[in-house]
Design a protein around this ligand. Structure first.
Ligand code: AHR
Length: 509
């Protein structure tokens, strides 16, 4: 028996959460699987440009308007020698990538990647290897990338055909150093010391460089959240961000519980916010540290299969790894997670979808063939395009449910953003109920006259929850125009279908 849920909410122009840092919509790409090779880079592909990058993939990437991209890893970075990827391509060594048990040809290195990022209109956010290497390689890498000329590393870059320095502002101090799987894994204090000294060296190059220190690999790690406390106690004054990572899944096919994991993520952010505040107070520090959620996504469809494979296979080149066929349910989940980042934008300044192409990605490719958008491409695109400006506080009064792992969860998941020019508002609204539509009455006060610009919707039928965009059928799940919401006086009124994600854009006149 199904009915209709009713929810009310209020937004007021004066009640804001924070100005949103555009980098909330960043991405991550690693030398892993077919992310780089046969993902963004495929010299033999019919659409490849003169540098070997696929233009069809570039076009999909540009559609996301990504502000920054974290590179080259991930676990890969912890045994990576960045110098292997510079100079003439034919002279570069082939190495074994210990993280993903693959062969790394080094045909793409920093200069090729910088070229691609420029074409895509994305700033680079580079990670240094603090697993097998340390301060020396990090400072050399920064000098190669950022110093104009007249030194060994900057002149080497120039001899490689890159006259102007890249001026990379964001540097990540290793990757998931708390994880026993990480090559060069460390204890918290040991890593905190190394991160502190490396950050000082990296920042010595000036020009507003910012650094990201590794937090826990996820909130289920046995050392979480004491890892963060210990690390920050060593380096608080010399870093700008602490990283958070979290991957999600719904192997038990319990959709309401899946959606409730967004609440769990909110607590994760809040806890690390508290650790930051604690260490700041303890150290009598003057600076603020923010959160860089630099790996997040859905990762579960093929996880077991992948683990089996890469533990046993014989060092293949660009193997298909973590290639997830995302479904409608995953798209709604991703929309909700992005809502949470908007609601927490006072703490979370940078977030990176992990990853961008083929490997747990919004964009997939077939080697030699087509490129397509997975279902999660769309909520990520909507948030990136319309989620910039100021996050508005939304108070919601509506029905709730108890999930297996979480009590008292709102069926209505909503976030709202006032555009930087103050001329439009975007409301991202999810009805998490699997079978009941929701009558929504959302007041928007203090804005003056409002007009509906557009309403885009995904979902609306739980029977389609597991339908995915695949190579054979790349367009099954796409946003469409919604018709059941209207703006009346100062409110959005109408129906959110069951199991749906909506993006409602209003002009402020
Ligand atoms: O994104 C895939 C992997 O997940 C990354 O290499 C690592 O940082 C994380 O564990």
């Amino acid at each position: 028996m199904t009915g209709c849920l009713k929810a009310r909410g209020t937004i007021h122009r004066d009640f804001t959460i924070s100005k949103i840092d555009n980098r909330l919509y960043s991405a991550f790409i690693e030398h892993m699987g077919r992310a780089i090779y046969n993902g963004i880079y495929e010299p033999g592909h019919p659409t490849a440009n003169e540098h070997g990058f696929r233009k069809d993939v570039l076009e999909l990437v540009r559609g996301l308007d990504i502000p920054a991209i974290r590179y080259p890893g991930g676990n890969f970075v912890s045994a990576y020698k960045w110098e292997d990827g510079i100079g003439p391509q034919e002279d570069r060594p082939v190495r074994l990538d210990l993280a993903w048990r693959s062969k790394e040809t080094n045909q793409v290195g920093i200069n090729e990647f910088a070229n691609w990022s420029k074409e895509a209109g994305i700033d680079m956010m580079l990670a240094v290897n603090l697993g097998t290497r340390g301060i020396e390689e990090a400072r050399n890498f920064v000098e190669y990338c950022n110093h104009p000329s007249g030194t060994y590393w900057s002149d080497l870059r120039r001899s490689h055909g890159v006259a102007d320095p890249y001026g990379v502002k964001m540097w990540c101090l290793g990757n998931e150093m708390d994880g026993p799987w990480q090559i060069g894994h460390m204890e918290a204090k040991e890593y905190g010391r190394l991160a502190d000294e490396t950050s000082k060296a990296v920042k010595a190059f000036g020009n507003g460089i910012e650094t990201v220190v590794c937090g826990s690999s996820n909130d289920q790690m046995p050392t979480y959240p004491d890892w963060e406390r210990q690390v920050l106690e060593e380096c608080y004054e010399n870093v700008d961000y602490i990283s958070l990572h979290k991957y999600f899944g719904n192997s038990s096919h319990d959709t309401l519980n899946y959606f409730a994991k967004i609440e769990e993520t909110g607590r994760y952010i809040q806890s690390i916010g508290s650790v930051i505040d604690y260490v700041k107070a303890k150290k009598r520090a003057k600076n603020d540290i923010y959160i860089c959620f630099d790996e997040w996504n859905v990762w579960y469809h093929n996880r077991e299969e992948d683990n089996k494979n890469w533990n046993s296979w014989d060092w293949p080149e660009a193997p298909a790894l973590l290639e997830e066929d995302y479904n409608l349910e995953d798209a709604i989940f991703v929309g909700g997670l992005l809502n949470e980042f908007i609601r927490r934008s006072d703490r979370v300044k940078i977030a990176c979808i992990a990853q961008l192409v083929n490997v747990i990605a919004p964009i997939r490719t077939q080697t030699g063939g087509a490129a397509w958008a997975t279902t999660i491409y769309y909520p990520y695109q909507f948030a990136s395009l319309y989620g910039r400006g100021t996050a508005l506080n939304v108070s919601v009064d509506g029905p709730r449910y108890n999930a297996k792992s979480e009590q008292d969860v709102n069926y209505l998941d909503v976030a709202a953003v006032l555009a930087s020019d103050g001329k439009s508002i975007t409301v991202f609204a999810i009805n998490r109920s699997l079978n009941e539509p929701m009558e929504m009455n959302l007041s928007l006060l203090g804005f003056g006259h409002l007009k509906l610009i557009d309403h885009q919707i995904m979902g609306g039928d739980y029977l389609q929850a597991r339908v995915a965009n695949t190579f054979a059928e790349p367009n099954r799940i796409k946003p469409r125009k919604g018709s059941k919401l209207a703006v009346v006086d100062q409110a959005i009124l109408g129906e959110l279908p069951a199991f749906s994600y909506s993006v409602v854009r209003l002009s402020v006149e």
